[in-house]
Design a protein around this ligand. Structure first.
Ligand code: 3PY
Ligand code: ZN
Length: 631
């Protein structure tokens, strides 16, 4: 390194040196510590072998198929898509295109909500990148790809140890022609709590700069006041604002009067006045029954005249029917996932809906064979994620009772399993229903759905009933999310809080009655930059700083993890989740033209301090790594 530095030094190259050259140029002796990626990769694998942090195990019966993504034509430029319309003709150009076309437009949710709802959000960037270019070439007729936001942001850092920003940037490079869409929880951004307005604004600005075109913005209480700053910021950045109405209850049930058709058209009108470009209908639990979809969409289109984008989940098995009804009622765009990633708690099936529209006036021109190829690809990919499957085998009308959102269902079951409560999964669902009633029949979507889930789990785990809350409430330590809900930190639910319960949970503390974002002090980005630099000895980029603002602890853990184990995106999904078997060999492309061949050889018994040696061969040379056995 020293010689390299000397011969590439500006003064040396200009011949401007003498015998004092080294002494007078101290920078020659400042060496960057070489990142030993091979050692970090071995450490990662060794830790997987000993501690198996993802808890995923393979067995002899499980055969994982090899994955060969369909090929894209070599040297052929990507065809034009909706992103080109936005680039050339702006937001209005996209809206006009949707309005004037006979196309039954789809948003493909495979890269976001589908795996959030089926596989606890665990699909890794690598598995998306390998098929993204194929989308660009063969599915350029999509309205958009929903590929970011919601739970993907924190799960990327927390469990996949990868940066969601890298995901966005890399996907953008592979699919430059299709609009990219994200789910934004309004004042909660991509988190579970309200953030200061300057954090939400900066987040949106950076998301636009890095490739997001459409922001589906929702508030868990349909509180438009909480959505307005986000709508404004999206529009300021020249991108498409799709403010969404969360759907709950049942407009066809005369007994459920709280969330009526009038309630929804009223919100739609407010959103139109707030400047949204598209109205989203966000049916996060799949409660909008087919005939209700027809009524609701017609009414909203009549009320606002704006394009309507319908999002639902197929937990009940009725979502394809709802999608067809929605198109018939004039919906402009519908969310769906490719076959192998659709159904159950995920979105309805794009391949099937497109086929069902054949021969109709409003139909899909998407390439059916291409959709099938993508579905085949994900069918293989999905098998690698089997530990995160919910176990749900069939659709169930029970969702109309418990109303658990699709995106929460698969996560909740993983949580229930982790708590050792899997035998009480039916009780948890029943309790979820009861807790919702007790909280005043609230809209259940992140983060309010977490409040219901946390309280239900808390009661089941402690063998308590809902009545016990009123009897023993003063002695109970309610989950943080429940306290925060009653304090008004998520905003004001439609119809207000149940007062008695609020007093019990808050134990005398006074709740807020305004938008929490108004009270929160601006986040100090400069101070955060200094804090991180002091902690880790390097500068942090704006996208890293916003991640720190949103998830301070998770982000710090991720940075520590990366400095210890390197960038885990080099691992295939097989070696990322599952410990290597003895004698198993993998190839890692750690950088362009540099491949490591790693073979796992053996593991020692733990020593007195619980340390084990894991033996490998690295490119044929023996290496060992010592790991603390935490099991
Ligand atoms: C999310 O907020 O992540 C959701 O998908 C809500 O439905
Ligand atoms: Zn959803």
């Amino acid at each position: 390194q020293f010689l390299e530095k000397v011969i590439s030094h500006e003064k040396f190259l200009n011949g401007n040196f003498n015998t004092t050259f080294v002494d007078s140029n101290k920078d020659l002796c400042v060496f960057k510590q070489r990142q030993d990626r091979a050692t970090k990769a071995l450490k990662f694998l060794a830790n997987n072998i000993i501690n198996n942090p993802s808890g995923s195990r393979l067995s002899k019966e499980i055969i994982l198929p090899s994955i060969n993504p369909p090929v894209v034509p070599y040297g052929v430029p990507v065809p034009a898509g909706t992103k080109d319309i936005l680039n050339r003709r702006g937001v209005q150009g996209v809206i006009d295109h949707v309005r004037r076309s006979n196309e039954a437009f789809f948003t493909d949710t495979t890269f976001r909500d589908a795996h959030q709802s089926l596989l606890a959000t665990r699909v890794r960037t690598k598995d998306m990148l390998d098929i993204a270019e194929y989308y660009a070439h063969h599915l350029n007729g999509l309205f958009s790809m929903e590929m970011w936001g919601g739970a993907t942001y924190d799960v990327a850092y927390r469990f996949l140890k990868e940066s969601p920003w890298d995901r966005l940037i890399q996907l953008r490079a592979k699919a430059p022609n299709i609009l990219f869409q994200m789910l934004l929880r309004a004042s909660n951004a991509v988190g579970y709590t309200n953030y200061p307005d300057n954090v939400v604004r900066q987040f949106i600005k950076l998301a636009c700069e890095n490739g997001i075109d459409i922001f589906r913005i929702f508030d868990c209480f349909n509180w438009v006041e909480q959505m307005t700053p986000a709508i404004e910021e999206v529009k300021k950045n020249g991108r498409i604002a799709e403010a969404a109405i969360c759907y709950t209850g049942d407009i066809t049930d005369p007994k459920r009067t709280k969330y009526s058709l009038n309630y929804y058209t009223g919100i739609a009108k407010e959103l139109a006045e707030a400047g949204t470009d598209i109205i989203g209908i966000k049916d996060m639990a799949g409660l909008l029954k087919p005939y209700a979809a027809k009524t609701l969409i017609k009414a909203i289109k009549e009320e606002t005249g704006l394009p309507v984008h319908f999002h639902t989940h197929n937990t009940s098995g009725n979502a394809e029917a709802a999608a067809l009804m929605a198109f018939e009622a004039g919906a402009d765009i519908i969310d769906a996932a490719v076959s192998s990633m659709s159904g159950l708690t995920s979105q309805p099936n794009m391949n099937s809906i497109a086929a069902a529209l054949d021969g109709q006036d409003k139909h899909s021109t998407l390439d059916k064979k291409a959709m099938q190829n993508v579905s085949d690809y994900f069918d293989r990919v999905r098998r690698y994620y089997f530990p995160f499957e919910s176990g749900m085998k069939a659709s169930s009308a029970e969702v109309y009772m418990h109303e658990i959102p699709g995106g929460q269902y698969s996560n909740l079951i993983v949580q229930v399993e982790a708590m050792g409560l899997i035998d009480r999964w039916e009780d948890v669902r029943q309790m979820y229903t009861e807790v919702n009633k007790e909280l005043g029949d609230i809209i259940k979507v992140t983060p309010s759905s977490k409040v219901v889930g946390d309280l239900a789990l808390f009661l089941v785990r402690n063998n308590l009933t809902v009545d016990d809350i009123y009897i023993k409430g003063d002695t109970l330590n309610f989950p943080d999310s429940v306290v925060s809900f009653f304090k008004g930190m998520l905003g004001q639910p439609y119809g207000g809080f149940p007062k008695r319960l609020q007093e019990i949970v808050l134990k005398g503390e006074k709740p807020l009655d305004c938008r929490p974002g108004e009270l929160l002090e601006d986040f100090d980005f400069e101070a955060a930059a200094k804090e991180l630099k002091d902690m880790f000895g390097r500068d942090f980029s704006p996208t890293e700083l916003i991640s720190y603002a949103l998830y301070p602890a998770v982000f710090k853990d991720y940075v520590k993890f990366n400095s210890e184990y390197g960038d885990p995106s080099v691992f295939c999904t097989r070696s990322f989740f599952y410990p290597l078997e003895k004698e198993e060999e993998i190839e890692l492309d750690i950088e362009e033209g540099k491949t490591l061949i790693i073979r796992h050889m053996n593991v020692s018994e733990p020593d007195a301090k619980g340390m084990r040696k894991v033996y490998f061969e690295l490119n044929g040379q023996p290496r060992s790594v010592t790991v603390k056995d935490e099991t």
